[in-house]
Design a protein around this ligand. Structure first.
Ligand code: NIG
Ligand code: FE
Length: 412
């Protein structure tokens, strides 16, 4: 299967095979009047149309992309897309002034979704998750991360992971799975967080990988949820089982999650609304991807993470949706882009890097996805407009015209 995309008014390559840090994030590797050749789902040539056409020695089916920009597919590196039920009442309570944590403390929040997820069978979870993946794809997301964490018992956590494993085979979007058994304390362990961590280490971790293709272990490291010590204990054990590390860090209060992520050399630390200056410095030094989730801050009416300072301090910043039924029931990439540019003071270039190559790096996949480079998977999107600058400018609108995944045209 061959494909040639030619006469691309603006080819945004985001070229690179590792996270882009600091000032590097502004470099998008743009080629004007570009072309990309694809064979069997892999990018085989990139350059100007004249260069690539000159090097072709056989017939290729063509797409003419005059008047359009071509970008790498977006990589949404932090979501919770497999869950049962909804929490629309909690959203109304929050509008009236209740805090996310106060709802969690009175038995709502994650435990509410846990109950609904435990009551959902495989088919129900599969169907709702599948339709959410269709929405991601339509907005140009070609790889998505998904977490367990709404079972909090072995059986339901495994059901969530099985749903993701099955969708990985059947849905065109790329799926990376994360085990988030330490998302909240289940009712069976109330008042005994250390015993729950012991249970996860002894009973859960040995079964997680590789049967369900899980790459990462994550933890909600937060005051009133899991402490720094408990998080560290779990993550160190997870590493022994071949899992890479992520943390929900410094989301609600400044706890030192960013510093812990740096000390453990986690792949990413996520949220970071209250990350300290020292935490930011250490993440930059230890090359932990700082994954920011502006839709969650928006939904919780919290101040946005200090993305500008993080980039200026030399961090690699990624942006992700955090789609989940509680703190952020939205996966709107157009809205995310608008908030990051208008309120977080990231430039449009930095935002594109954060959603492509740095998203890939947050999933330890920067060698295979996240940019338009020879040898990478052919995951890309064509915009209705001739420049990436229309993404924040035509704010809140989905301007993705064509989605190509592994060389196949999925949306047109
Ligand atoms: O990333 N903070 C913890 N986890 C999710 C929220 C999950 C939920 O409320 O259901 C988050 O915001
Ligand atoms: Fe999350």
């Amino acid at each position: 299967m061959k494909l040639l995309i030619k006469n691309i008014t603006q080819l945004v390559t985001c070229s690179g095979f590792a996270a882009k840090k600091g000032q590097e994030m502004a470099n998008l590797g743009i080629i004007e009047d570009g072309a990309v050749a694809i064979e069997d789902g892999i990018i085989t040539d990139v350059g100007t149309t004249a260069e690539v056409m000159g090097r072709l020695n056989t017939y290729y089916p063509e797409i003419d992309a005059r008047g359009k920009a071509l970008l790498p597919g977006f990589v949404d590196s932090h979501t919770h897309f497999v869950f049962g039920g909804y929490r629309q009442e909690e959203f109304s309570w929050r509008l009236r002034g209740d805090s996310y944590m106060s709802i969690m403390e009175r038995g709502g929040g994650i435990v509410h979704t846990m109950k609904a997820t435990r009551e959902s069978n495989f088919e129900q979870l599969y169907e709702t998750a599948r339709s959410r993946l269709d929405e991601f794809l339509a907005m140009g997301v070609t790889t998505v991360e998904g977490k367990s964490g709404y079972g909090l018992d072995l059986e339901t956590e495994i059901r969530q992971l099985e749903v993701m494993a099955s969708l990985r085979m059947k849905h065109p979007i790329g799926i990376v799975s994360t085990y988030l058994g330490a998302h909240a304390l289940p009712p069976e362990f109330v008042g005994r967080p250390d015993a729950y961590i012991d249970f996860l280490i002894a009973e859960a971790l040995p079964h997680i990988q590789p049967e369900w293709g899980v790459d990462f272990c994550d933890v909600f490291c937060e005051k009133g949820v899991f402490s720094l010590e408990q998080s560290e204990r779990l993550l160190l054990a997870a590493r022994q089982y071949g899992l890479k590390l992520k943390l929900h860090a410094d989301e609600i209060v400044p706890l030192g999650g960013a510093e812990l992520a740096a000390r453990l050399q986690a792949t990413s630390a996520d949220h970071l609304l209250y990350a300290s200056d020292e935490g930011i410095r250490q993440m930059a030094a230890k090359e932990v991807v700082a994954t920011l989730l502006p839709l969650t801050a928006f939904s919780l009416k919290e101040p946005y993470a200090r993305g500008r300072e993080m980039i200026d301090a030399g961090c690699a910043v990624a942006l992700a949706s955090d789609l989940n039924p509680g703190s952020c029931f939205s996966s709107s990439i157009p809205m995310l882009i608008a908030i990051a540019c208008i309120y977080m003071k990231l430039s449009p270039e930095e935002v594109i890097t954060a959603l492509t190559i740095n998203g890939a790096a947050a999933l330890d996949r920067a060698d295979t996805i996240g940019s338009i480079d020879v040898g990478k998977q052919a995951d890309m999107i064509l915009l209705q407009y001739p420049s990436y600058k229309f993404l924040p400018y035509h704010f809140g609108m989905n301007i993705v015209d064509t989605v190509i995944k592994k060389g196949e045209i999925l949306k047109k």
